[in-house]
Design a protein around this ligand. Structure first.
Ligand code: BTN
Length: 339
């Protein structure tokens, strides 16, 4: 029997009928259209036309505006092809239910709401743009529309709550392997789950867990990868520390293909961990350990602890060698290099 797949396309309120019409007018004309002409056709103010154009630009449409001539559509964003992703993941645990958003607050927030309503394991929430993408430790995750991968998956493992955090190592190694299939670069993992190419971050993972009586109920794994982001599109504050797969590899990359590879890789690593335990994930992580032997500072409530990164223990905790060969382990925290 053929597996059944559900791909739901969800448009944000901002992609309302009226905005589609602005883009339709620009598409049809192949030339400049004055703001006045657009406002006449749509029966909206010039200011409203300007706002719509601004919102389309935010969504990845390249629209030039020239005074006294109006607006011209130069380029449109290449959207993810969920058909392609669904085809490649056809027999996978992540191949049955996709929710695709052109814009959303955060795929993690949406996946969590779905999990609370009982959505099954393997549900995938994808977005082209996040208005409030979440990073670890209360930080933001920003990515220009249509350039990165922004998605979250719902997992419902039979696992004690104590082991749930180890799934971040599983996700990080799965993502690192998938990225390497699309760029000629080695991907390292900065504990616990930052993905690095060279000395720059290319992606990150945000895991949220809920459980009762020590048993995991659901896990949301949110993954963000800079795929086709140009250097000039990186937030200024991150230009010294971030990169993208395209910057590292030189060529434009098929994001749909990377998403499918990543989901298949995640399935393989996840199932292996549930079947045989986390030893393989720990070993894979150790082979990619970005921090190993470097001088680092781990932020704690009592202030930074400085030492040499000494790998991870069997529970995935970061080991730091302090003076006099004393070793301390950390289960969470923010790590900086060469303090
Ligand atoms: C980090 O490096 O701090 C983690 C970043 C995780 C970002 C992804 S993007 C998709 C998903 N939705 C979110 O709001 N965050 C995660």
């Amino acid at each position: 029997m053929e597996p059944s797949v559900s791909v739901t396309y969800i448009e944000s309120a901002a992609m309302s009928q009226r905005k589609k019409t602005v883009i339709d007018i620009l598409r049809d004309s192949h030339d400049f259209v004055s703001g006045e002409a657009i406002s006449d056709v749509l029966g909206i103010s010039r200011n409203a036309v300007h706002k719509h154009v601004k919102s389309l630009r935010k969504r990845g449409y390249s629209i030039v505006g020239v005074s006294r001539r109006g607006y011209r559509l130069e380029d449109e964003p290449v959207r993810l092809s969920m058909g392609h992703v669904a085809q490649r993941t056809e027999h996978s645990m992540f191949g049955h239910s996709f929710r695709y958003h052109d814009e959303i607050e955060s795929t993690n927030v949406e996946a969590k709401a779905l999990a609370l309503k009982g959505a099954p394991e393997g549900t995938v929430v994808v977005a082209e743009l996040q208005s409030a993408g979440k990073g670890r430790l209360g930080r933001r995750w920003t990515s220009p529309a249509g350039k990165g991968l922004l998605f979250s998956v719902i997992l419902r493992p039979t696992l004690p709550m104590n082991d749930a955090h180890l799934l971040t190592l599983v996700a990080a190694t799965a993502a690192a392997e998938a990225i390497e299939k699309h760029v000629p670069a080695r991907v390292a993992i900065k504990w616990p789950n930052d993905l690095f190419i060279g000395d720059r971050k290319v992606g990150g993972i945000l895991m949220e867990v809920s459980g009762e009586q020590d048993e995991v109920d659901w896990v949301i794994l949110g993954i963000g990868v800079n795929v086709n982001t140009e250097f000039s599109e990186l937030p200024v504050a991150l230009r010294r520390t971030a990169t993208s797969m395209k910057i590292a590899g030189g060529d434009l990359i098929d994001r749909s293909d990377v998403l499918a590879t990543l989901l298949l890789s995640l399935e393989a690593h996840y199932k292996a961990a549930l079947r045989a335990g986390f030893d393989k994930a720990l070993t894979s992580f150790r082979e990619r350990d970005y921090l190993l032997s470097r001088t680092i500072a781990v932020e704690t409530r009592q202030g930074p602890v400085i030492g040499a990164a000494a790998g991870i223990d069997d529970r995935g905790a970061l080991l730091v060698e302090l003076p006099h060969r004393r070793v301390r382990s950390f289960h969470s925290g923010d790590v900086t290099l060469n303090p």
